[in-house]
Design a protein around this ligand. Structure first.
Ligand code: GDG
Length: 725
């Protein structure tokens, strides 16, 4: 039976060695573990990862293995060396700082990279022991960026999803990494790549198109024979868990204890793992400045700061811990009184009851990371506010800010705004607090962790279906016979033929692209049959096509569907579109022509084309990727579309495409046999517009909506001749 396998660096369990030599297993309480519980605990499904523990003997290893098995988990054994170089090294000293925009902390060491590859392979070797081709694999996070491709090499058809829990950096940041291409290729082994936010998704796609030289259409990446879907899935929390924990008698009893110790002081709460991305020192400095600027709050407000130990054997983390200790000491020393401690600082982790009591007691949650993939603490705080009172101050740099727009949003680099935000939060009227929290609770309850899991999984199923529909299916002899029979049995045939790359090889200059005698002969035979209505459907301008086809009984659709001319009739426009944008875009293309010898611009009525066929190999591709991304940026608010063709980049009005034109044609000319053939992705619109029964053929061995693929222009001609025979 098909099963699902979750893979992450760490398993959702902690193994501890007790004094009496026994082992204790502590399940993780994290949101991810809860959310994915609904997946890995079902049927044959499993979760695979490292326990975080180095077994001291074979017996221990055996015991751990048995326990994990009973909990639907499987271990990947990592050595001390693996952890040092792969986890602490490449993952946390290369990827983490790069993805969180701290390039100054990156250690570009090749031994880290070698270990990263080796350990990803170790994960792969372990997984393949359990999987079969019909299974689904869900890989989590930046420690395993290479794993999707490694699994794909062993199981080409398997379903693989990947989710990135931390931000994905902009192209400018990502390209600093010497191993950038390999990392992207690793991820593109997945069928679905998910991020928390739309911006992370956009950054990833921009790196893919510029560094991995893959064609990107909206959220799809063409990766050889497979299309990869990229999307954003903001992760939610286990809302019910935090709500019911806040209501539990144990939590309420704990809250009373806290309140007694705090002697009626108001509470601002800060909770983070120790990390430079979380903005902890910046927060302390802002708190100091708040006390200085607002002495009316002295002896009235305390900051309760929980810092959970993490990576404290890494130099930057040790330094930051020292900095925090010093700042807390300085502020408490400067402002503290016998009956008031400005900052209550805990460097440890607390059980859920105490965490919930802190969420309850806090009037303000102060969550101001410099950069955070999502941040769950802020969501948990809101879910714990059963009376809806309390204020959230949230950094714009956290993924959660995109959803929680009713928080007080601030830029963590703006120290004055941090102070203002604290003042605003502590003086916000209760009705306003309730209004904001009502909205945020509603959304967090709905978009909870189970919803996140469901949406991710259903998108993975969706892209697998889409891939199937796009699958390459080479036309064979049997198909040829069937097509010929359908052709011969029909009476009114509508035949759409793309020109360049389909009927003839692609040449930008009209002189070279002229139809040769063989082609003219085929077209003549095809058009002589009165049952055939032949339409040349092309991206070319009207003049050359009209000239070349002047002796044939053909209709024409030119400029990707803008101009239509039925045989014997006049040219008509598909619709009225404006071309004012050409004045703005033309200079951009000009600048690329001047930097790229051999390239030139073709002006069409409603589109502009940059040709690079005659440019030095390599330079043309490089510039075309730059230009595509430049044009896509300019196209955003202008209703324009950028097409990457065969050695061309074209920009045109969005509403005009071959599909809309073909649809219009089919309405006007009903037929009992529909045929469409084309080679590039502008022809995908034509294929998509055809009825299910149509014969649709893609020239080239690439994914397509067409039913069949043929390899070359020669195959097209042979096919047409076969139909005519
Ligand atoms: C990464 C991304 C993304 C904290 N202290 C205690 C405790 N916690 C729990 C919180 C929360 C979790 O730890 C922290 O989650 P965050 O999302 O805030 O941050 P990261 O650990 O950096 O997680 C992040 C996340 O992945 C998910 O995709 O949101 O952006 O960096 O759940 O409650 N829990 C307990 N005691 C503590 O002392 N019990």
């Amino acid at each position: 039976m098909a099963k699902t396998i979750i893979v992450s660096n760490r398993l959702p369990i902690r193994v501890e060695s007790l004094e009496d030599g026994k082992l204790s297993f502590v399940p993780s309480e994290g949101g991810l573990a809860t959310g994915l519980g609904s997946v890995y605990k079902k049927g044959e499904n499993i979760w695979l990862g490292w326990t975080g523990y180095y077994p001291k003997s074979l017996t221990e290893e055996q015991k751990i293995g048995d326990y994990l098995k009973s909990e639907s988990m499987r271990p990947v054994a990592l050595t001390l060396d693996d952890v040092k170089l792969f986890y602490e090294g490449f993952s946390n000293k290369v990827l983490w700082p790069n993805f969180h925009y701290f390039p100054q902390y990156i250690e570009y060491k090749n031994e880290y990279w070698e270990a990263y590859k080796r350990v990803n392979q170790k994960f792969c070797d372990e997984i393949v022991k359990y999987i079969s081709e019909e299974d689904t694999i869900w890989v989590h996070d930046y420690q395993l960026l290479l794993l999707p491709e490694m699994i794909r090499l062993r199981f080409p058809k398997i379903s693989i999803g990947y989710f990135n829990h931390i931000p994905f950096p902009s192209y400018e940041m990502f390209r600093l990494l010497p191993w950038r291409k390999e990392l992207l290729n690793g991820l593109l082994g997945a069928d679905l790549v998910g991020f928390h936010t739309y911006d992370d998704m956009r950054h990833f796609l921009s790196s893919v198109s510029r560094l991995a030289a893959r064609s990107v259409k909206e959220q799809h990446v063409e990766n050889g024979e497979r299309v990869v879907l990229v999307d954003s899935f903001p992760m939610g929390i286990d809302y019910d868990k935090y709500e019911s924990s806040a209501a539990s008698p144990d939590t309420i009893a704990q809250e009373v204890l806290f309140r007694t110790s705090l002697q009626g002081k108001r509470v601002i709460l800060s909770i983070d793992r120790l990390d430079y991305s979380k903005g902890i020192p910046q927060r302390l400095i802002a708190f100091e400045s708040f006390l200085e600027k607002h002495p009316e709050f002295l002896n009235k407000v305390s900051l309760v700061m929980l810092v959970v130990p993490s990576r404290d054997n890494v130099e930057q983390y040790i330094q930051m811990k020292n900095e925090i200790d010093l700042l807390v000491g300085r502020i408490n020393g400067q402002y503290g009184m016998m009956d008031w401690t400005p900052i209550h600082y805990f460097y440890r982790s607390l059980p859920l009851t105490k965490l919930s009591a802190l969420y309850r007691i806090a009037e303000v949650a102060w969550v101001t990371p410099m950069r955070d993939g999502m941040n769950l603490v802020c969501k948990e705080f809101i879910a714990s506010k059963l009376d809806k009172k309390g204020v959230l101050i949230l950094s714009e740099m956290a993924g959660s800010a995109k959803e929680l727009s009713d928080a007080i949003l601030i830029n963590p680099n703006n120290a004055d705004k941090q102070v203002e935000a604290l003042h605003l939060a502590l003086t916000m009227p209760v009705e306003e607090q309730i209004r904001r929290n009502t909205i945020m609770q509603k959304s967090l309850r709905r978009y909870n962790i189970s919803h996140w899991v469901e949406v991710f999984m259903s998108n993975l199923t969706k892209i697998k279906k889409e891939q199937k529909a796009l699958e390459i299916r080479k036309l064979d002899k049997n198909d040829l016979d069937i097509i010929s029979k359908e052709y011969n049995d029909s009476h009114r045939r509508l035949i759409f033929l793309d020109y360049d790359g389909t009927l003839t090889h692609f040449f930008p200059s009209p002189d070279e692209a002229k139809p040769d005698d063989e082609l003219l002969d085929i077209l003549k035979k095809l058009t002589e049959d009165s049952r055939n209505h032949v339409v040349i459907i092309t991206g070319r301008g009207r003049d050359p096509i009209e000239e070349w086809m002047k002796d044939l009984r053909v209709s024409m659709i030119c400029e990707h569907g803008l101009w239509l001319k039925a045989y014997g009739g006049e040219w008509k426009k598909l619709k009225d579109v404006d071309d004012d944008w050409k004045q703005e875009i033309h200079p951009v293309l000009d600048s690329y022509v001047s930097r790229t010898p051999g390239s030139f611009i073709e002006m069409k009525d409603y589109s502009l084309v940059w040709h690079f066929r005659k440019v030095e190999l390599g330079l043309g591709e490089l510039r075309s990727r730059e230009l595509t991304s430049h044009l896509k940026y300019m196209a955003r608010d202008r209703h324009l579309q950028v097409l990457e063709g065969d050695m061309v980049v074209e920009i045109k009005n969005f509403e005009v495409n071959k599909g809309s034109a073909a649809k219009k044609w089919m309405k006007k000319y009903p037929a009992d046999f529909h045929f469409a053939i084309g080679d590039d992705w502008t022809d995908e619109d034509t294929f998509g517009a055809m009825p299910d029964s149509a014969i649709t053929i893609k020239v080239g061995v690439q994914n397509s909506k067409a039913r069949f693929n043929v390899e070359s222009v020669d195959d097209v001609r042979a096919l047409l001749l076969k139909m005519l025979s």
